[in-house]
Each structure stands twice: as C-alpha cells, then as structure tokens.
Design a binder for this molecule. Sequence first.
Ligand code: F6P
Length: 359
Amino acid sequence: MPASRLGILTAGGDCAGLNAVIRGFVFAAAARGLEVVGFPEGYEGLLHPAGARLLTPSNTLGIEATGGSILGATNKGRFQTRRGPAGQTILPEPLVRAARQALEQNRVGALVVLGGDGSLRTALQLARSGVPVIGVPKTIDNDLDSTDVTFGFDTAVTRIAEAVANLRTTAESHRRILVLEVMGRHTGWLALHGAVAGGAEIALLPEFPFDGDRLARFIKESERRGQRSLVAVVAEGARAKAGRQIRRQTSTGDSRLGGIGTYVESLIAARTGRETRSCVLGHLQRGGAPGAFDRVIGQQFGVRAVELAADGMFGRMVSYRFGSVTDVALADAVNRTRTVSEESQILRHARALGIFLGE
Ligand code: F6P
C-alpha cells in the first residue's frame, strides 16, 4: 500500500549534502501531497518517537546550501548490527520492534535512511525484518558498492584540493615537502581525487602499500630537476609495505585510523634530508557548506527516495550509475567495499599525470 507519510533520518557520521537530500525529499514529497517526519539523532530518534518533527517546504527552505544535518546524526548509537550465533548479521529484535513502533506511532509508511555502510547494513536488517526502509548512500569515503558516487564525497575532495593549494604556497616559500593526511578509512578515493584536484605530486593509498625507498628516490629526483616543493596526500588508511595501518585513540577512547601523516613526514625527512612538515585535514573534510555537485545530487537523491517510497520499493538504495540517478538492492550495496584498483580509471590517469603512488 503506498505510504502517505514518510520518515527520514541521518545516520552515522555526517558529511556535506545531508540537508540537500532532506530538502529534495521534503519538496518532492510535498509535490505529491505526502507529509514528511524527521527523526532526530540518527537511528536513536526511533527510540524516542515523540521527538520526531514534521518537515515542510517552509521549514526546510534554503537548507540545501548548509552543512551538517538539521536532524542531527550519531554514529555511536544502539542500532548496530552484530554477528548472530551462526556468524550471520543480525539486528537485535527489540531494536526492530522499536523501529516498527516509532513508525506506527508517527503514522509513517516508509523510512528513508541517509547512511554509509554501517548505517545501511542496519537498514538492510530492518528491511529484511519487514520494516519499510529505503537507503540513500552518504559518505565522504565514497566506498559504497553499487553506486558510482555517494553524496558528500565531492565537497570533501574540494576541501582537500583547497588544502593542497594552500600548502603549496608555504611549501614553495620554504622549499619544503608538505604531507597532508586525509580521511577515507580503508579506501583511497579521497586521497587520490584530492591529489589530482589539488595538483599534489604524491598520493599514498591504503590499497597500494608504499615503498619508503622508492618514495625517497622520487623526492630526490624531483629535487634534482629543480622542483622547490612537493605536496603528498596520504590517506589515513595508507601503510608502508613493511608496516601496518596506524591507529590512534580518540578523547572518548575509540580507536580511529590516524597518524600516518607524521610517520611519512619522519620517513621523508630521515631518508632525503629535506625539511618536511605534516598536517591532518580531519573533520574540515566533513564540515561546512556542500559544493554545487552535492547540492544537486543530494536533492536528486531525495527525489528518487520519494519515488521509491511512493512505489513501495523497500529494501532498495538510491544509486548513481553512469550519469543517472537510479536504485539498487540494499543488499548489493553493503556487502562489499568499493576500493581503488588497477581497473580504476582515475588511478591510471593519476599515474599518467606523474603522481607518485608509492609503488
Ligand atoms: O566514514 C567517514 C569518516 O569521516 C572516515 O573517513 C573517518 O575515518 C571517520 O569517519 C571518522 O570518524 P569520527 O567522526 O567518528 O572521528
């Protein structure tokens, strides 16, 4: 039966473009005479259904240009999938029941979840339990399978490109090597696109463990050619051939990837004698206003999510394939991480541009 009231929540870590999706969703729903209810703080909002609020074209006007999420987000909530006794992925039954009740209490016939792989894995389990769920692919990491792009990625790449350009001017003044550590978890999409967009000479990716000797040789050769500065973009998940990924503890005791930038700084300085500095771009990649691409694709994703909800196409995820917005089975999107590989055109093009990839 088609839903007359739709729900929406923003799960997991935030990124630019969440509000653009919400805006597109609300406006497209209103055009069909459908109401939208927003659940606050990601999936946690389903545990406090009275906190849900009506979203209308008038109270979402202009939000496509703003960063963060007007609904709030959490990636530390209780709606996490876990392994069942036979090793299968499960979502505890009380959470499924809570989700169902929250939708019933708010008379919501379809729930749209904006999330990355973890949040969409939860969405898949809800869908498998009969909860009417639709996913929208969000993450700066761009590591979801079955979509060529996730919203938030393009804006984050822009932030990296701007940082590379800013590092370049100071690196040129001082004849230095500047190392920029960027996010991306276990994939190098952000580092690679950011290096190309910003004109960096070096990109170190998790998918291609780097050789310290070759890195030093590349730097020395560029110096011999008379190059004053070099900028290296290093993915947080990158590692030396001989080493392991580097992690750090956050102030709240969580373990996160981080620290490879300073490792690469020391390695370069020790092996080349060049004055080297590093910095971590961190959450600047996630914060702030979305760029035009994420505003457009975000709203298009919102429109598609309404179409899926209206057609009762649950267990699907909005996707972007070959230049068009379409949809795929949630199960296909969350089962595999999309990584940079030899087949990735951007990798071959980066090599053709002379970017050193650590090999
Ligand atoms: O998945 C998005 C992401 O920004 C990763 O690139 C990064 O490793 C992680 O989230 C950071 O998480 P948090 O905001 O919890 O520190």
